[in-house]
Design a binder for this molecule. Structure first.
Ligand code: 5CU
Length: 393
């Protein structure tokens, strides 16, 4: 039966299947899982390049490893399906669209990637099948492998009942998402009606965070590095004409598009005032009017609502609306609730209870659009059900 209109759907929720965690345990370079002598029962998940200096310090100075704790605790929330379902029940989430967390398969060799992709996608498919109607997933592509392997993975995912798209980082085949070699991959995804969920991992170069970055924990890379990375990646796609080449390509941007809603006007103005771009455009199209970023936001881009404030939700809806800027309105149809579970667990309260990171996102939607209104219900679940063709229990 179709899910209730007011059902809450979480489209931004990650897991590392147990086989992936085992792989991380065996690694010596990031991403990895490691325990330290001071707390051998507390494995740490170390993912980001900004965490490497602390990791090296902890390794070179085991006596101080209780003070220098790199990464984040690897709790059951990362790989236990029972824990995911408990989290969903606690937060009254009817349906979750699961995805592998970063950095996906980006670090694997071309020989390893297809096998791990198959194993990972099968794990997600099995998890979904064990809770029919409650779980769907975005698959993972072996992007470091030859194109034929990537294409065959897309074919398999398109025939996998609970798969609704793929999660993609910003590196693509290694040269970013404006790489012309990615066009056949994007075309295949569009043709198979598989939506891309674009998610950051690499952030900005560490030096921009300055010499005192370790004092500030993960704040600079996560709050600023991640959103800038997404913004740059999707702007490169736009400038390269990917959306014009494949008008049926549909993409959901993590964290409400990074800073795209706020910067779209500036990006547009920079394009309109760039002599080099202007003459290239004239040559290519003979002066035909180009599609603006506002139009692409209004037709091919969806944003998640993982932005933690009503100001961000309002900006996301406004940017997605296009409106007088040349789009067709309907920004309210393009925003989808998410939690980012298992990242951002509560620090002062029980992890088995309610998570503040979830309520901040839910409250932001309520404050921006009105608690319990039709608009809020769309964002909390209705849009995901429609766009990702989710069918309830
Ligand atoms: O806490 C973090 O580092 C992360 C991460 O790596 N990925 C994510 O989606 N959110 C937070």
């Amino acid at each position: 039966s179709p899910p209730k209109a007011a059902a809450v759907v979480d489209i931004h929720t990650h897991m590392y299947p147990p086989s992936y965690v085992s792989m991380l345990r065996s690694r010596t370079e990031i991403p990895l899982v490691r325990t330290f002598p001071a707390s051998p029962e507390d494995p740490r998940l170390i993912l980001l390049s900004s965490e490497v200096p602390l990791l090296l310090e902890a390794e070179s100075n085991p006596a101080r490893s209780n003070q220098i704790i790199p990464g984040r605790p690897l709790t059951r929330h990362y790989s236990s399906l029972a824990q995911k379902i408990h989290f969903m029940d606690t937060h009254k989430i009817a349906i979750s669209v699961l995805s592998l967390a970063n950095p996906w398969l980006d670090f694997l060799s071309p020989a390893e990637a297809p096998l791990v992709a198959k194993e990972t996608n099968t794990s997600f498919s099995d998890m979904c099948a064990s809770h029919p109607g409650r779980l769907y997933f975005f698959g993972t592509l072996p992007l470091t492998a030859p194109t034929s392997e990537i294409q065959s993975c897309i074919d398999n995912l398109s025939r996998t009942p609970y798969c609704r798209g793929v999660i993609l980082g910003t590196s693509g085949l290694g040269s970013g998402l404006d790489d012309p070699n990615l066009l056949p991959i994007f075309s295949a995804l569009a043709e198979k009606n598989l939506t891309i969920f674009l998610h950051p991992h690499y952030g900005l170069p560490n030096q921009v965070y300055g010499p005192r970055q370790a004092e500030y924990g993960h704040v600079l890379p996560l709050a600023l590095g991640f959103p800038m990375e997404t913004t740059i990646a999707v702007t490169r796609m736009f400038l390269a004409g990917v959306f014009d080449s494949i008008p049926t390509l549909q993409i959901i941007l993590a964290h409400s598009g990074g800073t795209l809603p706020f910067l779209a006007g500036r990006i547009e103005s920079c394009i309109a005032h760039d002599g080099h771009l202007f003459s290239r455009q004239q040559q290519k199209t003979g002066g035909e009017k180009r599609r603006t970023l506002w139009e692409v936001l209004n037709t091919q881009i969806y944003l998640d609502a993982v932005v933690y404030s009503d100001v961000g939700v309002q900006a996301a809806v406004a940017a997605s609306s296009g409106g007088e800027r040349g789009g067709g309105g309907g920004g309210l149809e393009r925003l989808m609730f998410g939690t980012d579970h298992p990242f951002f667990p509560p620090l002062g309260t029980d992890e088995q209870g309610e998570w503040e990171s979830v309520s901040l996102n839910a409250q932001a939607v309520g404050r921006a659009l009105g608690e319990g209104t039709e608009a809020a219900e769309k964002v909390m679940g209705g849009n995901a059900i429609r766009v990702l063709r989710l069918v309830g229990e």
